[in-house]
Design a protein around this ligand. Sequence first.
Ligand code: OGA
Ligand code: MN
Length: 223
Amino acid sequence: AAHADCGPNAQQSAKPAVNPSTATLEAICQGLTDRGWLVLDDALAPTLLQALRARLHELPDHAFHRAGVGRQGDHSLQPDYRSDRIHWLEAAAPAEQDWLSWADAVRQHVNRHLFMGLQTYEAHFAHYAPGQRYGRHVDAFRGQANRTLSSVLYLNETWADDDGGELLIYPDASAPDRATRVSPKPGRLVMFLSEDMPHEVLPAHRDRYSIAGWFRVRGASAW
Ligand code: OGA
Ligand code: MN
């Protein structure tokens, strides 16, 4: 008790809460079950959100690189179509590890309740400068064992309705041009089934920050 304010315990109490709440886990399962996608505000503790923002903004510019399009062999840079710059999260950075732990708790819960068999999670910070975009795409192709469940967490401190930068999701295969518009509001989490949902990122009038991540099923093919 004598060292309560300055020992390792003090540090522990400042650590962000990395476990999703029961309400968050239930909302994720409900959204995936009902329609295969969901938008959730206040999905994580403010301390965790703040730690992720702090980490993002302490990363130097050279820690980010231009994102490409396509997988392995056909990977290419197409800046008109996709122009964000990314930094892959690593367990060695505490805030990044906290997000990876949070996502892993989601992974385990979803597996337990929806039997999705998700095995791994990978994620990167993404920075879209004003005017940059990501054209319509799907994150995974059916039958290729890879990305199964996509997640996006928005990290800006504020976002006004006329700032642009919406995520457009096209959830209805029978009405391929009918989009749901999602504004990248602070702390908002979006999740969707990777194989089923074409989507795109519209240009914004200001810098747009997020973490995009993917839960994967390990298949027979190499990845
Ligand atoms: C992606 C993506 C959506 C967004 O990185 O694959 O679709 O809203 N991101 O940032
Ligand atoms: Mn995508």
